[in-house]
Design a protein around this ligand. Structure first.
Ligand SMILES: [Zn+2]
Length: 315
C-alpha cells in the first residue's frame, strides 16, 4: 500500500506543472491580446472611452491611423462628416491650423472648401479638367480646360430661344429646347442671353477688365480663358424677357427653373451663399448642362457641382 501511494506522486506533479504551464500560456495570450487590442492602443494614443467607441465604428484604415498617431482633437469630428475624404485628411488639418487657431472649427465648411480646392487662392494649385468625363466635366478656378479648348459640335441658336449671336453644343441645345417648351406650357418664357464663348472671346473679356481695372477686378467679374464654363459649350445664361442680373431672381421663370431645370439636365451652377466654394458670386441665371441623370443626382444632393464632383466623381 505504502509503496503504491509513493509511486502516484510523479504523475500528480507532472499534471500540476502541466496545468500551471497552460494557465501561464492562457494568461500570456490574454495579456498579448490586451496590449495589442484596438481599445488599448487607442487609449494609449490618448482617446477616451467614448471616443474609442466612436472610432471603432469606422473603417479599419481610420482605426489604424488613430492607433499609430498621437491624439488629434480634429480627427473624430472630421471623419464623422458626411463628405470627408481620406485623401484630403492632411489638407483639412493644415487648413484648420492655418485658419481657425482658437476659433470653433466649422468642420463641414472645412471639408467643402478643401474638397474643391478652395482652401487655396483661385488660379493657384490648378489642374487640368478630366475631359473623359464628357458632359460631367468640371471647370472652375482650379480646373482648366485643355489650352484653347473648343468643342466641335457647336450649333447656332435660333432667335426664338436666344438673343442674337448665341451658339451652344448640339445636345445642350436640344435639352434647352425641351425645357423651353415645358416652361412655355406654364406660360413662362426663357431666353438665352449668353452661351458658348470661344477662348478668344473669353480672353478679350478678361483682358479688357484686366487692362482697364486691374487683375483683382478682372478675376472678380470674369473667368480667365480656359477656366470659363462658357468655353465648354455646356453653360447658358438664362433670363426672362426684360429681366436682368438684379431682377431675374424675383421672376416666375427663375422659380420654375429652380424646381424644374434638373429634369432637363441643367443645374444652377453658382448658388446663393456658396460663393467661397464655387469662387463665383451668386448667379441665378447661369445653368450648366450635365445630362438628366446626373442633374437629378446633383439636385438631390443639395451640393454645389464642385463639391458633388469632388466627392462622387473624382473619388
Ligand atoms: Zn454664365
Amino acid at each position: 500500500m505504502y509503496y503504491k501511494r509513493r509511486i502516484k506522486k510523479g504523475p500528480i506533479i507532472f499534471i500540476a506543472i502541466f496545468i500551471l504551464i497552460i494557465i501561464l500560456v492562457i494568461c500570456g495570450i490574454n495579456l498579448y491580446k490586451y496590449y495589442t487590442s484596438d481599445e488599448y492602443l487607442l487609449s494609449k494614443a490618448g482617446y477616451n472611452e467614448s471616443e474609442i467607441q466612436s472610432i471603432l465604428k469606422f473603417d479599419e484604415k481610420y482605426i489604424t491611423y488613430a492607433k499609430e498617431h498621437k491624439y488629434e482633437d480634429d480627427f473624430i469630428p472630421l471623419i464623422k462628416e458626411k463628405y470627408f475624404l481620406w485623401k484630403n485628411y492632411d489638407e483639412y488639418i493644415k487648413y484648420i491650423d492655418d485658419v481657425y487657431e482658437d476659433k470653433k472649427v466649422d468642420y463641414s465648411k472645412v471639408i467643402s472648401l478643401v474638397n474643391v480646392g478652395a482652401n487655396y487662392e483661385p488660379y493657384t494649385h490648378t489642374k487640368k479638367a478630366d475631359m473623359d468625363k464628357g458632359y460631367a466635366i468640371l471647370v472652375n478656378k482650379y480646373t482648366s480646360l485643355p489650352e484653347k479648348y473648343a468643342p466641335d459640335d457647336v450649333v447656332e441658336m435660333s432667335n426664338w430661344y436666344s438673343y442674337p449671336g448665341n451658339s451652344i453644343r448640339k445636345d445642350v441645345y436640344d435639352a434647352f429646347k425641351e425645357m423651353f417648351n415645358a416652361a412655355k406650357e406654364e406660360g413662362l418664357t426663357l431666353i438665352v442671353n449668353s452661351s458658348y464663348r470661344t477662348y478668344e472671346v473669353q480672353k478679350e473679356i478678361y483682358d479688357d477688365y484686366d487692362d482697364n481695372r486691374g487683375r483683382e477686378y478682372a478675376d472678380k467679374y470674369a473667368a480667365r480663358p480656359d477656366f470659363s464654363e462658357h468655353q465648354t459649350g455646356l453653360s447658358i445664361d438664362i433670363f426672362s424677357p426684360g429681366s436682368n442680373m438684379e431682377s431675374f431672381e424675383g421672376t416666375d421663370e427663375f422659380k420654375w427653373l429652380s424646381e424644374n431645370s434638373y429634369k432637363y439636365g441643367f443645374i444652377l451652377r453658382y448658388p446663393k451663399d456658396k460663393e467661397d466654394i464655387t469662387g463665383y458670386n451668386y448667379e441665378a441665371w447661369h445653368y450648366r448642362y450635365v445630362g438628366k441623370d446626373l442633374a437629378k443626382k446633383v439636385y438631390d444632393s443639395d451640393l454645389t457641382y464642385d463639391e458633388y464632383y469632388a466627392y462622387y466623381l473624382d473619388n
